[in-house]
Design a protein around this ligand. Sequence first.
Ligand code: A5A
Ligand code: MG
Ligand code: ZN
Length: 470
Amino acid sequence: MSKFSEWFHKILEEAEIIDTRYPIKGMHVWLPEGFKIRKHTLKILKEILDQDHEEVLFPLLIPEDELAKEAIHVKGFEDEVYWVTHGGLTELNKKLALRPTSETAIYPMYSLWVRSHSDLPFKYYQVVNTFRYETKHTRPLIRVREITTFKEAHTVHADKEDAEKQVNEAVRIYKTFFDELGVPYVVTTRPEWDKFPGADYTVAFDTLLPDGKTLQIGTVHNLGQTFAKTFDITYETESGEHEYVYQTCYGLSDRIIASIIGVHGDEKGLCLPPAVAPLQVVIVPIIFKEGKEEVLSFCKDLEEKLKNQGNIRAYLDDRDIRAGKKFYEWEMRGVPLRIEVGPRDIQNGEMVVFSRYNLNKETVKFDSEKLVQDINNLLDDITGKMADKSWKSLNKNIRSVKSTDEALEQIKGNKGIISFNWCGESECGKDMEEKLRVDLLGVQYSSKEDEICANCGKPARKITLMAKTY
Ligand code: A5A
Ligand code: MG
Ligand code: ZN
């Protein structure tokens, strides 16, 4: 296990995010703290999607014949499908799959729903659990067999341009979402051999974890007309002809929580962005014999004010234990801001504020009129600084190379992401993956100049990224 893996497992347990002891491999239990982070994260995501998507909910089970209809799609998932074969003691005459993803559950219904050009576009999403019998090493939140938090959007369009526009729109949506979490990413078009089964092309988001390996945290697929033809999804044009639709789908998973934890955490434990932190502010009274009551009542007022006026998730920790012990615990749990108040502070009109992300402690004057506003500003400031910090760390770890030898050196020494010119040929790309024992993430963009491929020397105009991946 890498140092990061060890850290990750330990923090999931210590901070009570999930319990990994459930007796099925790859399936875990969300604990209250983890569930709160998940809830706040989903709230942000839904607020963005709800602007022009509708939320729906499809059944978990997919009949075998529907799942099998789209040949390329089913080929991509056949090793990973869990099957329901019995109802009680009766063997089912048609096996039912636990959805590994929901194209084949949703599209037969789309075939019924889409009638006229005036129905389009359609933008639906659902947040559900999906099941994949993963054969690669399972890891909590990162590679699970029950994906408990699978957000999948499925859109339908009258023409190709509109579907392409939706792909860009989905990329913009995911950027907005990850930006709110301060999770940095690279966006690439996956190579042919790594696209979603059944898609024309796949655009993927990857982030970098502290051990130098990337994690795919979201994907946007242009499905073209493949599924439309398989599931007979057509619409009537203005002139009365029947045309196949164009489709896109895009998905996120529990990995969004893994990336929040992995990207921001440090040796003291979790470090949560205010937007998803179960507690945003913890107040720790610094108590001496003298003035105890005054301090406690001041802190109680402060808690009420932050909660009621500021809508801030604040908590007064007035347990009868050492302040140092409280600090340790809340730092480990990743509370973004801690306020410490002692008797002298009250006299001086001051308080001590501690920022979790940079471990910085400072004494600030407070003005009770502006206090709520000041704390809200501080939280916003923390959000921005956490994002800056994580983006810096990602950008520092993208290294441009001119040759495979140079790439090998960089991968060995620094890990992280390698950027290079690639000819775009599958054979050459796979050759590089093998030689360097990395994955080609995909093409980031075309270079302006004609360059040569870092591997084979042929002409290349594609700036491409590769890395060791989860
Ligand atoms: N229907 C489309 C959206 C789809 O299923 N796409 S996908 O297969 O790429 O999955 C969407 C996202 O789920 C991926 O980008 C990846 O971040 C995540 N994911 C895939 N398999 C996972 C697993 N076993 N555990 C956790 N997350 C997973
Ligand atoms: Mg691969
Ligand atoms: Zn090449």
